[in-house]
Design a binder for this molecule. Structure first.
Ligand code: PFF
Length: 452
C-alpha cells in the first residue's frame, strides 16, 4: 500500500462501518456461539465481555492510533516507530495468511447452505446427518470453498470492494434486525429457557484457564485485532475523527451481533438436543446443525433461512475481502510484484492450504496434529498462539518502548481521552501479565502435559 494511493474514509460513519465490515463476520455468527456453548455458556459470555471492555478496548485503540499516527499498515507502522521492532508487524502479518484459507472453507459451507435453501433443500438441511454427510465428502465442500474464495479473489482483483461495502451498509442493519427476530423466536420455543439460563447466567464452577484463552482468542479474531488489520484501517482514518468513540462503536456493534448469534443458537441446542454436553460441544458444526432446525419449525422458515444465509454470506465476504486485501498488499510490498500476480499467488496458496482444512473433515480425518484436525489446528495456531503473542508484543512495545503517551497524544487530537487511565494500566500491566499466564498454561494444556 503506497502512500499516494492511501485514501481516507469520508468521516466517522465511513470509518466505523468499514472497520465493522471487517470485524463482523463468521467470527461473530459461527465461531462465538460454538465457543460459548462449549466453554460453559454464561461464564464464557462474562469473561468475553470483561475482556472486550479492557483488552479489546486498549488494543483496538492502540492499533488504530499507531495506524493513524504513521499512516502505514502493520509492518511499515512498527518500522516507522522503531526500526528494531519491525518483526512485530511481520509476525502480525502471518496471522491473516493462516486464517484466510480456513475462513474460506467455512465461507464455502455457508454458500452451500444458501444454495440448499434457494433450491428447495431446506428441509434436508435440518436432518442430523446432513452436515456431517456434506463436509465428509471430498469434492463438494472443495467446490463450495473454491466458489467462496474465487468470489473473494475476483472482488479484490477488480477492486470493487466499494460496491460490496455499499451493499453491506444496507445489509448489516438488515442482518441485525433479522438476528433479533430469530433470537426472539428461538427463546420462545418450548424448552428454550434452560438454554437462555445456560447462556446468560455464569456458572463459576466452569471457569478455567482454557475458558479465558478461548475467550481471548475469540476477542482478537472477532475484532480483527493482533493481526495488523486495525493498524491498516487506522492509517486510512482522518485526523479529525474521534478515535475513542469510534472504538466504542465498533466494539458495541461487534459484540452485539455475537451476543445475538449466541441467543439464536444456544437456546435452540437445548430445544432440539436437551443441551447435552455432546450437543453443546459440537464445535464448528454447531450453527449449521442447529439453525436449519429452527427454520424448519418456523412459518415461512425456508425464506427466513434463505435471507439469513445470504446475509451471513455477505458478512463473511466483507471479512474475507479485508483478509485477502491485507495478504495481497503484504505480498505486493514484500516480493515487489504487481497486484494481479499477488492476487493469483495468494489465491493459489490459500486454495492449497484450504484443501487441507476441507479434506481434514473427510478422507484425511485420521490425520491429526497435536490431536487436532487441520482446520482446528490452523484455528488454534492463529487464535490461541500467534494472536496472543502479537498482542503481548504490541502491549510491551507500546507500554515500554514508545510509551503509552504516543497513543494517548494521538487519541487526544480530538477531544478528551476518557478512559486514559484504564488504557495505560491495561497496556502496561494487566494485559502483558495476563497473556503470559494464559498462553503458557494453554499451550502446555494443548500438549497434554499440564493444566490449571
Ligand atoms: N473479524 C472477522 C470475523 O469475526 O469474522 C474475521 C476476520 C476478518 C479476521 C478480517 C481478520 C480479518 F482481517
Amino acid at each position: 500500500m503506497t502512500n499516494e494511493k492511501r485514501s481516507s474514509f469520508t468521516g466517522k460513519i465511513g470509518f466505523v462501518l468499514a472497520a465493522a465490515g471487517s470485524a463482523v463476520g463468521l467470527g461473530n455468527i459461527w465461531r462465538f456461539p460454538y465457543l460459548a456453548a462449549k466453554y460453559g455458556g454464561g461464564i464464557f459470555l462474562l469473561v468475553y465481555i470483561l475482556l472486550a471492555v479492557s483488552f479489546g478496548f486498549a488494543l483496538m485503540t492502540a492499533e488504530i492510533a499507531i495506524g493513524r499516527k504513521t499512516g502505514l499498515s502493520a509492518i511499515g507502522a512498527f518500522s516507522a516507530l522503531q526500526k528494531k521492532y519491525t518483526f512485530i508487524g511481520v509476525l502480525a502479518s502471518v496471522v491473516p495468511v493462516i486464517i484466510l484459507p480456513y475462513y474460506s472453507v467455512i465461507g464455502g459451507w455457508v454458500t452451500k447452505y444458501l444454495y440448499a435453501f434457494v433450491t428447495g433443500g431446506a428441509v434436508a438441511t435440518a436432518k442430523d446427518e446432513y452436515f456431517d454427510g456434506f463436509i465428509s465428502q471430498t469434492t463438494e465442500p472443495i467446490i463450495w470453498f473454491s466458489v467462496f474464495i474465487g468470489i473473494t479473489a475476483l472482488i479484490v482483483l477488480f477492486g470493487v470492494e466499494k460496491g460490496i461495502e455499499k451493499v453491506s451498509k444496507f445489509m448489516m442493519p438488515v442482518l441485525v434486525a433479522l438476528s433479533f427476530f430469530i433470537a426472539i423466536y428461538s427463546i420462545c420455543m418450548p424448552g428454550a429457557w434452560e438454554g437462555v439460563k445456560y447462556y446468560i447466567m455464569p456458572d463459576f464452577s466452569k471457569f478455567s484457564a482454557t475458558t479465558v484463552l478461548a475467550a481471548m482468542g475469540q476477542l482478537f479474531y472477532s475484532m480483527s485485532l493482533a493481526m495488523g488489520i486495525m493498524i491498516t484501517y487506522g492509517s486510512y482514518m482522518k485526523k479529525d475523527v474521534n478515535l475513542e468513540s469510534s472504538v466504542t462503536q465498533i466494539e458495541l456493534f461487534d459484540t452485539g451481533i455475537a451476543f445475538l448469534a449466541g441467543m439464536m443458537i444456544i437456546p435452540a441446542v437445548f430445544v432440539f438436543s436437551e443441551g447435552t454436553p455432546e450437543a453443546l460441544g459440537k464445535g464448528p458444526s454447531l450453527m449449521f446443525v442447529t439453525l436449519p432446525k429452527v427454520f424448519e419449525t418456523m412459518a415461512g422458515g425456508t425464506y427466513i433461512g434463505l435471507i439469513f444465509f445470504l446475509l451471513v454470506l455477505f458478512a463473511a465476504l466483507t471479512s474475507s475481502i479485508s483478509l485477502m486485501e491485507t495478504v495481497v498488499s503484504i505480498v505486493c510490498d514484500k516480493f515487489k510484484v504487481n497486484r494481479k500476480l499477488a492476487c493469483l499467488l495468494v489465491f493459489v496458496f490459500s486454495v492449497v492450504l484450504g484443501l487441507l482444512s476441507s479434506l481434514g473433515y473427510g478422507v484425511w480425518s485420521e490425520v491429526k496434529i497435536i490431536g487436532m484436525q487441520f482446520l482446528d489446528f490452523f484455528d488454534f495456531i492463529s487464535n490461541s498462539v500467534l494472536m496472543p503473542i502479537v498482542a503481548l508484543l504490541t502491549c510491551i512495545f507500546i507500554g515500554y518502548v514508545i510509551k503509552p503517551k504516543a497513543v494517548i497524544e494521538e487519541v487526544e487530537l480530538n477531544g478528551k481521552f476518557k478512559r486514559k487511565k484504564l488504557f495505560e494500566v491495561v497496556i502496561k500491566y494487566i494485559a502483558p501479565i495476563f497473556i503470559v499466564l494464559i498462553l503458557v498454561s494453554s499451550v502446555l494444556d494443548a500438549f497434554g502435559k499440564f493444566s490449571i
